[in-house]
Structures are given as structure tokens and as C-alpha cells.
Design a protein. Structure first.
Length: 396
């Protein structure tokens, strides 16, 4: 017996609910009779027994009770569209990519369809467009869907696609959707291909060696995607102050300007690094004949730090240099050692001596190394310790 508020599963002598199978998720809905109301959150099947899984919202439910089963039809309809589109897309994939394409897995729910298939490389934009066009062509043709029960031998003679490794019974259900798609399937489907309305691929990616994945939407979800893309396009046009027809040209122009500004910025940073190098050189201290410099360079990026270290090495002659910068809670550190001194001091050891005090680590060549950290408050003390660290290394 189930009481209100309890979770459990209900088995009926007969049911309109579809249990999860073949990649299609199980139905949801409710089982009701008077005050008895059981909310079905999922439907699963085990040894041909359909299990309605959920929670009794009100009343009591006992073995032998009569109950009325109501499937969530709106959700079921959305799943139908996606499942039927999966069949059409499978055929389109084989048409565009070749007959080596085989289904490797699928997930069909009310929001989207996900389809894994065998293929050796990412799909091009042109291939994806061809697949979309083929599926939408079938949708517009609006041919009637046919489902037939037949022997497995007769099904093979029709050329129906079957999942490799799947175990089929003596009698199978052969489903024909559109003009070319013929597959074995026990799921729920549209009555006509046109019911799908619209098909749109939203993602293509790899999931394993030789296996690709496509996600797509149909019906209202595909239309919503279209409206979202339209809104984004309008927003982008407003941001760059261009009409739709001129949008690509305007973005290309902005990219050219950005590249020009980035080049000018790099030149400016190089000039600043040169000036900073001259100013910092005076801060170097001598340790056993070696010029040692450790300083923080505000506002610099990694490239600027590296360029400045190179300039300081040339300026100071025999030197060990550490330059660092902070951005938020991140610390970036570059250490450089002139080549003739790398037998005594390695840049990797030097940069780690500083980085470890700032909660980080790094590495690199004997004459140049890079590190990071996440404790910028420790950086001043870490830089002050460089001269002593160098002295200890040279003394040892």
C-alpha cells in the first residue's frame, strides 16, 4: 500500500505509458481515481513489466485498485517529433556521409534529440547544412508514417536498418518515415513527417574514436531557436551600428581595426619595456660579482616581462633577474639568468624559489623560466628574498 507523500512504483494490468527503450525516455503523467492521485515521473520496463515510478500525491493506493492512466500528451508529442526526426536524420547522414554510418547510441526526450554515429572526422558546415536540408525536405513532403509487424526475416528483406548487436525477437516492428527511412523501432512516432514541423542541428562533436554526436531540435523548440538567433542578429547589428545586409562587412572592418590596435599596443609595450628596463637596471644589487634584480612590474603581461628580462640581461651583463606582475589573485613570474651563469644558477630553480612562496610553481630553460601563483600578498616578501637565495646558491 502507498500513502500520500510516499514514493514508489505502480504496475498496471495494462497501460498507455511508454517505458524507456531504444533511446526514447519513458512517459510521465498521472494515475488517478477520485482522491487517489499518483504522479508518474518516469516509466521503466523490466522483463516486459511496465513500472510507473513516482509519488502518491493524495489518497491511498492498494493492490487491486482501479485507476485511470493519463499520459502527459504535450510531452509525449514533443518526444514523438524528436524521435521521428532521428530516423530521418539517420537516413540523411548515410546519404551525405556514406553507408558506413551506423547508429552507436541515442537519447530522445522532449527537449532535443541526441544521436551518436560512426564516422571518422568532424562534419563540415556544408555537410551539416545538407543533412538539415534533406530532413526538412522530407518534413515538407509530409508522407504518411507506416508501422508494420513482420517476421525478422521479412524485415531483413525490406532492407530495414537494424542496430548492430541488438537482439530482436521473431516478430519485429518496421517503421517507415518519409521516402527512404526504414528502421526497426518500437518507439512512438508522428503520423506524418510534416508533423515534425522544423528540424535544426544545434551541435556536432566527437565522443570517442570514430564516433560523432549530433544534437538537434524540432517543432516549437526549433522555432524558438530560430527566434533566438534572429534576436541575437538584431542585437549584434545594433551593437556594431550596421544593418543586417552590411553586418559581415562591418565586423570584418572592426576586426581589421582590432588587429591594427593590437599591433600598436605591442609596439607600445615593447617601448615601455625598454624604458622600464633602463629604470630597473639601477635597482640591481651585486652578489659575489653577479648583478641580482627582483622587481614587480605593474600592468605588464607575460610577453612584456619576458622582453624586459631579455633587455636587462643584455644591459647588466652577468645577471640573475626576477620580474613579476599581479592581476587580481594571480601572480605571473619570469626569471632570467645570463648563459654564462647557468652552471651556478638555473632560472627554473630561481623562479620556483619565488613562486613557491606565492602558492605556485613553474619551470623552463636554464636561462629563462616562467611560473605562476595565487597569493599576490606574498609577492613582495618573495622578491626581497631573491638576493639572499642567490647568495646561498653561489656560496654553496
Amino acid at each position: 500500500m502507498l500513502q500520500a507523500g510516499e514514493q514508489g512504483l505502480v504496475v498496471l494490468d495494462q497501460t498507455p505509458f511508454y517505458a524507456e527503450s531504444g533511446g526514447q525516455v519513458g512517459d510521465t503523467g498521472e494515475l488517478i481515481n477520485g482522491e487517489k492521485r499518483f504522479i508518474v515521473a518516469d516509466t521503466q520496463k523490466q522483463n516486459d513489466v511496465f513500472m510507473h515510478i513516482g509519488e502518491l500525491e493524495s489518497g491511498e493506493l492498494r493492490v487491486g485498485d482501479k485507476i485511470y492512466a493519463h499520459v502527459n500528451e504535450q510531452r509525449r508529442q514533443a518526444i514523438k517529433l524528436n524521435h521521428s526526426a532521428t530516423h530521418l536524420m539517420h537516413q540523411a547522414l548515410r546519404t551525405v556521409l556514406g553507408e558506413h554510418v551506423q547508429q552507436k547510441g541515442s537519447l530522445v526526450d522532449e527537449e532535443k534529440l541526441r544521436f551518436d554515429f560512426s564516422h571518422f572526422q568532424p562534419l563540415t558546415a556544408r555537410e551539416l547544412r545538407q543533412i538539415e536540408d534533406l530532413v526538412n525536405d522530407e518534413i515538407r513532403m509530409n508522407l504518411e508514417t507506416r508501422a508494420e509487424l513482420m517476421s525478422i526475416e521479412d524485415a531483413r528483406e525490406t532492407g530495414a536498418m537494424m542496430l548492430f548487436g541488438e537482439k530482436y525477437g521473431d516478430t519485429v516492428r518496421v517503421l517507415t518515415i518519409g521516402s527512404d527511412s526504414v528502421e526497426l523501432c518500437g518507439g512512438t512516432h508522428v503520423e506524418r513527417a510534416g508533423d515534425i514541423g522544423l528540424f535544426k542541428i544545434v551541435m556536432e562533436t566527437g565522443v570517442a574514436a570514430g564516433v560523432r554526436r549530433i544534437e538537434a531540435v524540432t517543432g516549437e523548440a526549433a522555432l524558438a531557436r530560430f527566434y533566438q538567433d534572429e534576436a541575437k542578429l538584431d542585437q549584434l547589428a545594433q551593437l556594431v551600428k550596421a544593418g543586417r545586409d552590411d553586418l559581415v562587412q562591418k565586423v570584418e572592418h572592426l576586426q581589421q581595426n582590432q588587429r591594427k590596435l593590437e599591433k600598436e599596443l605591442e609596439q607600445l609595450k615593447a617601448k615601455m619595456a625598454s624604458q622600464a628596463g633602463g629604470d630597473l637596471a639601477a635597482q640591481a644589487v651585486e652578489v659575489h660579482g653577479l648583478k641580482v634584480l627582483a622587481a614587480s612590474l605593474d600592468g605588464a603581461d607575460i610577453k612584456t616581462l619576458r622582453d624586459t628580462v631579455d633587455q636587462l640581461k643584455n644591459k647588466l651583463g652577468q645577471a640573475a633577474i626576477v620580474l613579476a606582475t599581479t592581476q587580481g589573485d594571480k601572480v605571473s613570474i619570469i626569471a632570467g639568468v645570463t648563459k654564462q651563469e647557468t652552471s651556478k644558477i638555473r632560472a627554473g630553480d630561481l623562479v620556483n624559489a619565488v613562486a613557491q612562496q606565492c602558492g605556485g610553481k613553474g619551470g623552463g630553460r636554464p636561462d629563462m623560466a616562467q611560473a605562476g601563483g595565487n597569493q599576490p600578498d606574498k609577492l613582495p616578501a618573495a622578491l626581497q628574498s631573491v638576493a639572499e637565495w642567490v647568495e646561498n646558491q653561489l656560496s654553496a
